[in-house]
Design a binder for this molecule. Structure first.
Ligand SMILES: [Zn+2]
Length: 426
């Protein structure tokens, strides 16, 4: 097989590029690609594309709204168990299937998140238009889940025996207010043994997320006594205070580099046009390439709310009718982090890219990989092949053409970091 030969050549070159020094290569990569097991695992994908597509449609049609992933988790558990893995569902709701390695003290994780952003009432039936599949969640993360299951099945069919144990994980709580709780629980449980985490999220083979974008989601609530628009005029008004605070906050200067952003995404309050409201709320999303800037911006928001409340109290004509209270709640916090350019995980991905003929653009994004990266554990997030679009919308679509490339790329990266067990007789 010319590919196998190429693989060996690539991996035995002393220094392939400045960013991948040879001493960061996993020890076993030079041996594993030319084995019959790996060749057979790679060949399994092309023969089973129809089955993989069917699993993707089936799983996508099981609703998995935030905090309601259990039914989809059960289906994934059955599929992983039928691939010969030892499968359990942890307290958080993560499905964890273990392929035991020769060295059980070291673990590598391949994960795909179970949850979608869509509420339970969403119609998640998948429609077929020619080669295209359409439906909420079909790509994010139907593609990742289908790949997780396909790679587990390919390893079983090809009798892959890894050196490090591999955990195939379908995790909960990646989206929005799930706040990465599934990945956080996983890292807490396995941190001491964990050597690398590969996250499969959405489609494509053109990028690798190695930089974790730190973000915080904050809610501010201002409350007051409330009253009648005419007879209580002059009483402090929570919406006025919120508007005063918002104007202050959006005038905050943020740096272009490190890139730092904010967004007032939701604002609500009041009961009727002729009532002085008793409550006003806003939700703000802040992101930055730097934790320091994030912290500065969060305190700017708190200062703005305090100042807005103070301004409103000072201008109120009738303070005897009560005062305003305010609080700021942290709805979510995603830690930042970065994979070192000379990591063995990135070297494994680059080698897999060369093998399958793909190229990965390095990206910064907010994904499940944020959690391991923030603990100094090697982690990446990649697409699982094919093409897709419209993520988080009702018009989300996926086209499976060429998905084998993504599956091979992910499998080779995984085996690049897990290694293969030494066989006594081959
Ligand atoms: Zn996703």
């Amino acid at each position: 097989m010319k590919h196998a030969a190429l693989w060996v050549i690539l991996l035995t070159m002393p220094v392939r590029s400045a960013s991948v020094p040879h001493n960061s290569k996993p020890a076993s990569t030079t041996q594993f690609a030319d084995t019959s097991e790996v060749r057979s695992a790679l060949a399994w994908f092309a023969r089973n594309v129809t089955w993989i597509n069917e699993q993707q449609v089936r799983l996508t049609e099981i609703p998995a709204a935030p905090f309601q992933e259990a039914q989809r988790a059960a289906a994934v558990k059955t599929l992983l168990a039928s691939s010969g893995l030892d499968v359990q569902i942890d307290k958080t709701g993560n499905v964890i299937g273990e392929l035991r390695g020769a060295n059980e003290k070291e673990i590598v994780v391949l994960s795909a998140h179970l949850d979608t952003v869509f509420p339970p009432s969403t119609d998640v039936k998948v429609r077929h238009e020619g080669a295209r599949l359409l439906g909420p969640g079909i790509s994010d993360n139907g593609t990742g889940l289908a790949a997780l299951i396909a790679i587990a099945r390919a390893c079983q069919e090809a009798q892959i025996h890894p050196r490090r144990s591999i955990l195939f994980v379908a995790d909960v709580g990646e989206e929005g207010e799930g706040n990465l709780r599934g990945m956080r629980a996983l890292i807490d449980a396995y941190k001491s043994k964990l050597k690398a985490v590969i996250v499969l999220d959405g489609s494509g083979t053109d990028h690798v997320t190695t930089k974790a974008l730190a973000s915080r989601r904050v809610e501010a609530i201002i409350t007051g006594p409330g009253g009648h628009s005419w007879s209580d005029f002059g009483m402090p008004n929570p919406i006025n205070a919120l508007v005063r605070a918002s104007v202050r906050f959006i005038n905050t200067r943020v740096p272009v580099a490190p890139r730092t952003t904010f967004n007032i995404g939701q604002i609500e309050g009041g009961t009727s046009v002729n009532s002085i409201p008793y409550e006003a709320k806003l939700k703000v999303d802040i992101r930055s390439e730097s934790e320091d800037e994030l912290t500065k911006l969060e305190s700017a928001l708190r200062d703005s709310i305090a100042a807005g409340v103070r301004d409103e109290m000072e201008s109120a004509r009738d303070r005897s009718k009560g005062k305003l209270e305010w609080k700021v709640n942290l709805l979510g916090s995603r830690p930042g982090g970065e994979l070192p350019a000379n990591s063995s995980l990135l070297a494994a991905l680059r080698a897999a890219d060369e093998f399958v003929g793909t190229q990965s653009r390095v990206e910064r994004s907010s994904t499940d990989a944020n959690v391991p990266l923030s603990h100094g554990i090697e982690a990446i997030s990649i697409g699982a092949g094919g093409t897709g679009g419209g993520a988080h919308s009702l018009n989300e679509w996926y086209e499976p053409a060429g998905r084998e490339l993504g599956l091979k790329r992910a499998l080779l990266t995984l085996l690049g970091v897990s290694g293969l067990a030494e066989e006594k007789s081959r």
